[in-house]
Write a new protein. Structure first.
Length: 221
């Protein structure tokens, strides 16, 4: 098994770092934190580590969860391992030009606590030179509107990971657009699509932070 496969396994099994006692059969071996550092040292790109290692591990534990072979505690330790790895990747995602292109407010939609994907979007946008105002998860329309007003900002990006909470997006998009003239609201997250974006009158769906960042750079802000 190569390093990147070992990293995927650490996320899947929730092996955070060498000192983390769980899972017992991986005791005293490197965890997601050490393997990410090693991979960076060998020249693997942050993007490849994210896509070929961390997200593969997350997808595997997610599939197990869907089949009833893993439960919430397993998802939580997997998220912990992913976050321990992301600490090392953060500087690479954020190392873009220092000058701000403009501001954007981001957050996970109300009812939804999944914030790993949204955090990555934030890092990539910061790296691309945006001033990112991150409202965290479980964010209501009112909070988005207040943050947009406070920061004199017209761009918002909403994340949803649940087929139930994605439905909350329609009213939040409508409320933001009703309250802030000229605002643009973008959406992303695994269960969403272009069709859904059209249906709820959002200004676009983007499957990943890089496509989104590229599109934003074409806007005249
Ligand atoms: C980790 C995890 C959790 C953790 C979240 C920890 C955290 N801090 O985020 C915990 C344990 C809390 C959790 C809880 C639950 N979860 Co959960 N979870 C996952 C899991 C395994 C991984 C999600 C993840 O982080 N992926 C990695 C990131 C990097 O990917 P991503 O989020 O898709 O983001 C990428 C893109 O989508 C995109 N993106 C995301 N947002 C945005 C926004 C914009 C603007 C743009 C441009 C792009 C973009 O960019 C990102 C990077 O490429 C998924 C399964 C999976 N494989 O996805 C299930 C999953 C999402 N969870 C699921 C469920 C059911 C739940 C619970 C309801 C379980 C329960 N019964 O309580 C609760 C809900 C809690 C709540 N109210 O939110 C289901 C959802 C099913 C559905 N159809 O809705 C999934 C799919 C698992 C499954 N297969 O059944 N979960």
């Amino acid at each position: 098994m190569d390093l990147i496969q070992r990293l995927a396994l650490c996320v899947e099994r929730g092996k955070v770092d060498r000192n983390f006692p769980y899972p017992p059969d991986m005791k005293d071996s490197d965890g997601a934190s050490e393997l990410t550092t090693l991979l960076l040292e060998t020249g693997e790109s942050a993007n490849s580590i994210l896509k070929r290692g961390l997200m593969v591990g997350m997808d595997t534990v997610g599939a197990k969860f869907a089949n009833g072979q893993a439960f919430i505690p397993e998802l939580l330790v997997a998220a912990k391992a992913m976050n321990a790895a992301m600490v090392h990747l953060k500087p690479y995602f954020e190392s873009g030009e220092a000058k701000h292109r403009g501001s954007i407010v981001i957050g996970t939609i109300q009812g939804d606590l999944h914030d790993i994907g949204k955090n990555i979007v934030g890092m990539v946008l910061k790296g691309a030179g945006w001033n990112v105002i991150d409202l965290g998860s479980n964010v209501s329309a009112d909070k988005f509107i207040t943050a947009l007003r406070d920061n004199n900002c017209k761009l918002a990006a909403l994340s949803a990971l649940l087929t139930t909470t994605m439905l909350n997006m329609e009213s939040v998009v409508g409320e933001i657009k009703g309250a802030i003239t000229g605002s643009m609201v973008f959406i992303g997250g695994a269960p969403l699509s272009n069709e859904f974006s059209d249906k709820i009158d959002a200004d676009g769906y983007f499957p990943d932070p890089h496509t989104f960042s590229k599109y934003l750079s074409t806007l005249n802000t």
